[in-house]
Design a protein around this ligand. Structure first.
Ligand code: ZN
Ligand code: ZN
Length: 86
């Protein structure tokens, strides 16, 4: 399970995409980000992940622990790339 941690860390610098914005827009966006910290959205329940985060090793989709367990129990695959979670 240590692999999921490594993938998780690599994906964090999402803010790099903001550098093309004007200074004013950037400041505005950053103040908004400060309020609601980096929230990862689970692709299954479409909401912020409050518990442990899991990342699909194939497509880097985010799953919360609850949804991933549910998918595994039902024998489902990744909702994004349809690869097995194993
Ligand atoms: Zn979820
Ligand atoms: Zn996937």
């Amino acid at each position: 399970m240590s692999n999921t941690r490594e993938s998780y860390v690599e994906l964090i610098p999402l803010r790099d995409t903001l550098t093309n914005q004007t200074e004013e827009e950037l400041r505005h966006t950053e103040s908004e980000l400060d309020i609601q910290e980096p929230e990862l959205l689970c692709v299954v329940h479409k909401g912020p992940i409050r518990a442990e985060t899991y990342v699909c090793p194939h497509c880097k989709a985010f799953y919360c622990r609850n949804c991933l367990d549910a998918l595994k129990n039902r024998g489902e695959t990744c909702w994004v790339c349809h690869n097995s979670f194993e």
